[in-house]
Ligand binder design. Sequence first.
Ligand code: UT7
Length: 325
Amino acid sequence: MNHAVIIGTGSALPERVLTNFDLERMVDTSDEWITTRTGIKTRRIAGKDENTSQLASRAARRALEMAGLGPADLDCIIVGTITPDMTMPSCACLVQKELAANRAFAFDLNAACSGFLFSLDVADKYLCANPAMKILVIGAETLSSRVNWQDRNTCVLFGDGAGACVVTGTKAERGILASRLFADGSLWELLHLEAAPSLNQELRRPGQEGAAIRMAGREVFKIAVRAMADALQQVLAEAQVEVGRVGLVIPHQANIRIIKSLADHLSLPMEKIYVNVDKYGNTSAATIPIAIDEASRTGRLREGDLLLLCSFGGGFTWGATLIRW
Ligand code: UT7
């Protein structure tokens, strides 16, 4: 059967770096607390000309270049995001315009931090039916526009960035081998964001009701570990792959303690787990494609490696995907 294979990756990060020491001057926190409780040291903050669609387009250009394709080759653009520039048009339509990918249809997908995995799964299903398609799958966020900078419980956690993959169809033993997605809307209140998209300056004003992310961190933590471990095990079982054969795991980057718990659950050494939460914090839908791009460009991923992805986010949404690189 046809399935998706990644043929190009790219990422884009804002220039401005915000350190834990900078945050010490903004809220009642410390580098020591943030480092030990989350593993985060720095995160990137979007400035002018670094809207979600602009970061997404930069990541997309790099992915297209690696794939050896031009924008006119694209049939479809899917952007996983909860921070589009506007409610309408979608971020994906703005990327389509920016790239001049005139043949491509384009839409956003909201699955919060699972937005990239869900988008990749949708692309996989298109490619199953039509393997010649070239699809751009992006995870892009500017969460800095959506945190309350007076709330130390959340503002230290998030960052901005974008990652992109170009995928096409294949019958070969490479690409997506198995994928499982889940959702549980009954727990939505534990992690939510009421307000509309990020270019609306009115909504960015401090104190604006519902304008910032709210999270019951401790509860989310526990559910996230259990849910991702379960999703990973289901995907491995479906593909009949022993966990020891996995070359690299790229989990959603929210907290180093969550990542270490997952490694324990899977009995995998940390050397097999990709970590960049220290550099970028939690960039929501962008964490996984940014990490895939870094891992592929730095040789952490080699052809034939088994790559496991997993995510957890607001909704709740979660899932896991197994890929042969
Ligand atoms: O990406 C979507 C999924 N999201 C996640 O997976 C995030 C999951 N949750 C987490 O990563 C963690 O729960 C947090 C990093 C958000 C919080 O860590 P925690 O170990 O669960 O801390 P806590 O919320 O239980 O807070 C412990 C203490 C509290 O003080 P008291 O009540 O014990 O006096 C907080 O007020 O730490 C305090 N605290 C802080 N102290 C200094 C909370 N934030 C900060 C801070 N600096 N930034």
